[in-house]
Design a protein around this ligand. Structure first.
Ligand code: AHR
Length: 617
């Protein structure tokens, strides 16, 4: 029997929410430190070791050999109250050449043709030694790729800045950053170092900014909002270990790191203001997730002890939104940003269905926030009865079959009640089950595509959609699948990246009714919509089966033009884009012709997600 879908523009359709797709961001899978945060040095301020234990000098080595010099962590020569340790270099002899220190970076340091690197550090020296210090980028075997020198050390810490221009023809990553001395004057002297930075180019040339290739890849999705800073990483493994905004702002030498929920040290070199710049630079609307009295050891702040935590959040909001006459608005200006931000969405907590205390915690935070910011849209993370919400944040980490089954999850969902819409704040098909050890395969992409097709069918009510987690460093993941993968050298993306990119690009304003004849949902799933401004209609369809699906489309209440375009992501279920084969799944575009003004025959490929773009008269 013929499979016919009739797209109905002759009956009113529901309005769809514009700008549905955005990002959920937290430092997981080493995607912040070591990833999108472009700081290239590791263990740059000796606050703690990578597992949150006592500080050490891991990732630092002696240049020139142990007989010529030694290094030690020195707790007697801290830089300030926050950076209480320093790296001490004791120089014994320079007779065999230069001696110094080197940093391994995050699994190497990428040096590229035509890139300029900016390095900085605090340093002082004993016994009148004033320099010079040679600052280098060099291969791990000692070939110098770029160098500069600084002079003028004294017995008190001073900040030194250098620029390093690499004279290289090819990209390489097996490199280190070095600081060394070669003058006889240095022999027998000690030098102390703290708070190092090394940045290559950054996105939009921001100081303390983003690794450009990763930022470009995020930008490639054209995300409309940015939810941050978590996720679990907001919450802490204990109340005290929560993400504290005030420790993440100001000059780097004043920032305090914390042991993150994803079990590695977070330097907070990328902090609240940096996230806001990221949000602005990528043209996104901020969705600020605030800590709401619950940590992942299942501890809740008792109701009568919430006040200081509420104050902490109110200070955070004032830091972002207050003008410079306010205490924290003034602080923001001192940190380089005079103009206040707008924070249209504030989410209270994260996944609070884990707790039994959300009722009183939500109420307390909601009351304080809305009293001062009545226009903010408030997002709740779990069902509660105490106060209204604008959106509720639903999360889905399920198998392919379960995700496909969720295609119609919101079809019959009550449209009224305590709130007004859905934020699918996190979802991903975990083919092996939740959570975190499944491939970012085509099978997962197809199930995710079915799910978002269902979300778009309900996009009158589903207002925002974000995949999670987004980014992982290759071989350092705590959670698979992820959409964007990187190592020190490069970036590649999972198949679903391309589907979300095209679903987002072909954004409709009206969901059109589709009547089916001779066909039911499965293995083909579809949604259709129109975009009045562009005078186009879009049919988005996912075929999760291994056979082609031929469909006769009829169009009612509209005339389609002759030439259409199909955007397709297709492959075998087990296909993945990997480090060795990053382009296994790539999107493709093909042309098609309609039969006449009101009909089209189209065959969907096996295992594919497709957007048909039709111009209308
Ligand atoms: O995306 C990974 C984690 O999944 C998030 O941190 C948390 O919100 C959810 O449980």
């Amino acid at each position: 029997m013929a499979q016919t879908l009739t797209i109905r523009n002759d009956v009113p359709g529901n309005s769809s929410t514009p700008n549905l797709y955005g990002l959920m961001y937290e430092d997981i899978n080493r995607c912040g430190d070591s990833g999108i945060y472009a700081q290239m040095l590791r263990n740059w301020n000796f606050q703690a070791n990578d597992t949150g234990g006592a500080a050490d000098l891991e990732f630092w080595n002696v240049l020139g050999g142990d007989k010529a010099a030694s290094i030690a962590l020195d707790a007697k020569h801290g830089l300030n109250d926050i950076n209480t340790n320093s790296l001490r270099l004791d120089v014994k002899s320079v007779s065999d050449g230069r001696v110094g220190i080197s940093n391994e970076g995050w699994w190497g340091i990428r040096v590229q043709p035509d890139e300029t690197y900016k390095a900085s550090f605090f340093a002082k020296a004993s016994d009148g030694f004033s320099g010079p210090l040679n600052v280098t980028l060099e291969s791990s075997s000692g070939t110098v790729l770029a160098s500069a020198s600084v002079d003028g050390l004294s017995d008190t810490f001073q900040k030194f800045n250098v620029e390093l221009k690499a004279d290289v023809k090819e990209v390489s990553t097996d490199n280190v950053f070095g600081v060394s001395v070669d003058s006889k004057d240095a022999e027998g002297k000690s030098l102390w170092f703290q708070v190092f930075t090394l940045f290559g180019d950054t996105y939009n040339d921001r100081e303390n900014g983003l690794r450009p290739d990763l930022a470009e890849t995020l930008k490639g999705l054209n995300p409309h909002f940015f939810r941050f800073p978590g996720g679990n990483n907001l919450e802490g493994m204990s109340i005290d270990q929560r993400w504290k905004w005030n420790e993440t702002v100001g000059p780097l030498e004043e920032r305090k790191g914390r042991f993150g929920n994803w079990e590695y040290w977070n330097t907070n070199g990328q902090g609240l203001l940096d996230y806001m710049y990221l949000t602005e630079d990528l043209g996104m609307t901020p969705v600020l997730d605030v800590w709401a009295g619950y940590a992942l050891d299942d501890s809740s702040v008792p109701e009568d002890e919430l006040e200081p935590y509420i104050e902490e959040v109110m200070n955070e909001l004032e830091y972002l939104m207050g003008d410079t006459s306010t205490e924290y608005g003034k602080l923001r200006a001192e940190h380089g940003r005079e103009e206040p931000f707008e924070i249209p969405y504030i989410e209270i907590g994260n996944e609070d269905w884990f707790s039994t205390t959300y009722e009183y915690r939500y109420r307390a935070f909601y009351d304080a926030i809305t009293a001062k910011y009545p226009d903010a849209k408030i997002i709740s993370t779990a069902a509660q009865e105490s106060r209204p919400y604008d959106l509720i944040d639903d999360h889905f980490y399920v198998t392919s079959a379960e995700m496909i089954d969720k295609f119609n999850y919101y079809d019959n969902y009550a449209r009224s009640g305590n709130g007004s819409g859905i934020f699918v704040g996190e979802f991903a098909t975990n083919t092996k089950g939740c959570c975190g050890t499944s491939p970012a395969s085509m099978e997962a992409a197809l199930a995710d595509s079915v799910f978002i097709t269902g979300l778009e069918r309900n996009s009158d009510f589903v207002k925002m959609i974000a995949y999670a987690p987004y980014i992982k460093r290759h071989e350092q993941e705590q959670w698979d699948p992820d959409m964007i993968h990187f190592d020190t050298e490069k970036v590649w993306v999972a198949p679903f990246y391309y589907v979300m990119q095209m679903y987002n690009k072909y954004d409709f304003d009206t969901i059109l009714q589709v009547d089916a004849d001779g066909i039911n949902f499965g293995p083909l799933y579809w949604v259709a919509g129109s975009n009045k401004e562009k005078n186009q209609i879009y049919v988005k369809a996912v075929n999760v089966g291994g056979d082609e699906q031929s469909v006769s489309f009829n169009f009612k209440g509209l005339n389609v033009k002759k030439n259409g375009e199909a955007h397709i992501v297709a492959g075998q279920p087990d296909d993945e884009n990997t480090i060795d084969s990053p382009d296994t799944i790539q999107p493709k575009t093909s042309k098609f012709k309609t039969s006449n003004k009101s009909s089209l025959d189209y065959t969907f490929e096996p295992y594919s997600a497709t957007v048909l773009v039709l111009d209308i008269n």
